[in-house]
Design a protein around this ligand. Structure first.
Ligand code: NI
Length: 398
């Protein structure tokens, strides 16, 4: 029986897992039921598993009978703080928690992959670690997994993940070498002036005018300092200063976000921001302080791993199911924190079908996902593990 036949034979069970997770959607760090479901399932399969410290989340370990590398597979489990607006019979029963980002599918795919790989244990080279991660939406759940040793004992050599994608047809897999998703950083700029009477501006230093100039100057980072072919976004989303119309305040504060795809561009934006903010403020007689917070980095796919995933998908699902993702997304993923430690890759799982709601954007409370993504994702994950670990691919086709 081929890998795909094995998956098809059990797909009802895997889809059932997804529906159960979907119905009992849980938001970041509250994935208590989902964690229990996963642990019970792994226990039932006889797969060693551990809690993620005191947080929600599970780390499963499967040792193949043959020697080889350690490959981690990661699924995020959290729902969005959103009330579902679909008529699905398994719609979320928890108001304010909705799987509109497809993390229920990721979790079911990883549970199914664990079961399938267990059945190939004799032929499997190396060890597979199953990382069922909490709190991707807050972009920090992966840090709890890393702190709790997800990448150690045994030390992980490669890490893979997938993410649903409503811009690709159900049953397809999307790959891209290099930049896949953006980095997300934040900043706060505090402008200091000298307060006074609004009628006597010359006796003070007006931080409001300085802040206005800084905001305008910040627009030149993307337009004049970053190469036109490199992507970057600089947005000031919050600005406060003063209390009433006739007082020049002492201070103005702005906060914003920066999105980039290239690590070098990321560093440059932070550097230019410091120059512009401090330089502009001082030139106008005031001062500025920039607090720059490097958040989650870009998701950079390892090209060698993408080649192996592509080969595996072509062999198991057929070359027509493998699609190239033409441009990276400016969305961010906390999967990038793992990639700071080990090489890895994230591929996309197509989810659209003939229903218009299946083409709506992720995070829309009415979005529908075609469940063909589940068997497709399981087959792609399992085959990629075989290909990367050097296990015999012929076994999957026999
Ligand atoms: Ni997501």
């Amino acid at each position: 029986m081929t890998l795909m036949q094995r998956v098809r034979e059990q797909e009802e069970e895997f889809i059932g897992l997804r529906r159960r997770i979907h119905e009992h959607a849980e938001v970041s760090f509250q994935e208590v039921e989902t964690t229990r479901l996963v642990r019970d399932y792994l226990d039932g399969l006889g797969i060693e598993n551990h809690p993620n410290g005191s947080s929600t989340g599970v780390i499963g370990i499967l040792k193949g009978d043959k020697p080889g590398p350690v490959i981690a597979l990661r699924a995020d489990m959290d729902a969005l703080k959103l009330t579902e607006q679909t008529d699905l019979p398994f719609a979320s029963k928890n108001p304010g928690a909705c799987h509109a980002c497809g993390h229920d599918i990721h979790t079911a795919v990883l549970m199914g992959t664990a079961k399938i790989l267990k059945s190939y244990r004799k032929e499997l080279c190396g060890t597979v670690k199953f990382l069922f991660q909490p709190a991707e939406e807050g972009l920090g759940g992966s840090l709890t997994m890393i702190e709790n040793g997800a990448l150690e004992n045994p030390k992980v050599d490669y890490i893979l993940a997938c993410h649903t994608w409503p811009e690709m047809p159900a049953g397809s897999i999307g790959v891209r070498k290099g930049a896949m998703l953006g980095a997300s950083d934040t900043f706060t700029i505090t402008v200091t002036g000298k307060g006074g009477h609004a009628a006597h501006p010359h006796k003070g230093i007006d931080p409001v005018v300085i802040a206005a100039h800084i905001i305008t100057q910040l627009q030149t980072i993307v337009s004049r300092r970053i190469a036109p072919v490199d992507a970057a976004v600089v947005t000031v989303g919050h600005l406060t200063a003063g209390t009433v119309s006739n007082i020049i305040p002492n201070e103005a504060v702005m906060e914003g976000t920066v999105r980039t795809q290239d690590p070098d561009t990321r560093k440059k934006v932070a550097e230019y921001m410091e120059q512009l903010a401090v330089g502009t403020a001082r030139a106008m007689g005031g001062d500025a302080k920039v607090d720059y917070h490097f958040g989650v980095g870009p998701t950079m796919n390892d090209p060698v791993l993408i080649d192996k995933i592509s080969e595996a998908v072509s062999q198991v699902l057929g070359p027509d199911k493998l699609l190239q993702v033409p441009v990276p997304s400016m969305g961010a993923e906390d999967f990038a924190f793992y990639l700071e430690k080990v090489p890895g890759a994230l591929f996309r799982l197509g989810t659209f079908d003939e229903r218009p709601e299946s083409r709506w954007a992720l995070h829309n409370p009415s979005i529908l996902f075609n469940e063909e993504a589940i068997p497709t994702g399981i087959a792609a994950m399992a085959a990629s593990v075989f290909q990367i670990s050097g296990s015999d691919m012929e076994v999957l086709k026999a």
